[in-house]
Design a protein around this ligand. Structure first.
Ligand SMILES: Cc1cc2nc3c(=O)[nH]c(=O)nc-3n(C[C@H](O)[C@H](O)[C@H](O)COP(=O)(O)OP(=O)(O)OC[C@H]3O[C@@H](n4cnc5c(N)ncnc54)[C@H](O)[C@@H]3O)c2cc1C
Length: 229
């Protein structure tokens, strides 16, 4: 199936939000948190890469949050696309979805690892049995808190949602949390051990957070993760 780019816009330097549609179908069915694989023949070689869907199901449209890997084989191709250009896509796949919205949850993301949490947070919070949800989102700079407005609105609407951006390179004017996501895990978890933790981002962070959680006594089944590399 082909996906056609409707529009894309900058979220921060070298990070863009993409809106695609799949004109061959009326509806793309997926669960919040799943990904699509995009592929193209580039320089005679078929390249395929996975991308978390950064939106809720909405007809034949889906949105992505992508950062440019300069020496990368595929992301520069997507960044060079113009509205109307197309790319090959698969049906949505993956198991990184909210398992049980009736259990308290912690979401941990860095960088574009925020993508699946944008729809997953809405999915979780609109469930009638939703408990407390905390999202710890680590980026370097304040202007890289992608979708900050969306999450702040969600936090105002849902008193059971805590949005905790944390900056590893804060400006002096920043009065929020600082440091890596790992620094804030204990504060988010407290004495509780009966919550599910969802982690998304690059391998180094995901593995580190998993190791901390295991050290705190979390069971493997309570730690759900998606690694980007
Ligand atoms: C299930 C899944 C979902 C994914 N979802 C997203 C997403 O929503 N947004 C997104 O931008 N990427 C996502 N990725 C990563 C994506 O598939 C590609 O790996 C990424 O676009 C780089 O591809 P490339 O061909 O340009 O680079 P490659 O030639 O494959 O080079 C890989 C290098 O890029 C690094 N890298 C991979 N992903 C990133 C990243 N996001 N930020 C910085 N460095 C990275 C790797 O560590 C590695 O060093 C996802 C990966 C998986 C497995």
């Amino acid at each position: 199936m082909r996906a056609r780019l409707v529009e894309s816009y900058e979220l921060a330097p070298e990070v863009r939000h993409f809106v695609f549609e799949a004109p061959e179908v009326q509806q793309i069915h997926f669960k919040a948190g799943q990904f699509v694989s995009l592929s193209e023949d580039l320089a005679g070689k078929k390249i395929t890469r996975a991308y978390s869907i950064a939106s809720l199901p909405n007809g034949n449209r889906f949105e992505l949050c992508l950062n440019l890997v300069h020496e990368g084989a595929f992301s520069p191709h997507l960044f060079a696309m113009h509205p109307g250009d197309t790319v090959e896509m698969t049906q949505p796949l993956g198991f990184f979805v909210v398992r049980n919205p009736a259990r308290e949850a912690l979401f941990v993301a860095t960088g574009t690892g925020i993508a699946p949490f944008r729809p997953m947070a809405r999915d979780y919070l609109t469930h009638p049995e939703a408990k407390q949800l905390t999202l710890i989102f680590g980026v370097r700079y304040e202007n890289s808190i992608y979708y900050r407005g969306d999450f702040e609105v969600l936090a105002r609407r849902h008193p059971n949602f805590r949005f905790w951006p944390t900056l590893s390179r804060p400006a002096e004017s920043w009065s929020g949390r600082t440091g890596h996501v790992q620094t804030h895990l204990l504060e988010a978890i407290g004495e509780r051990r009966d919550l599910d933790v969802y982690i998304c981002g690059l391998k180094a962070m995901v593995d580190d957070v998993r190791a901390i959680l295991k050290g705190l006594g979390f069971d493997r089944k309570q730690i759900i993760f998606e690694k980007y590399d």
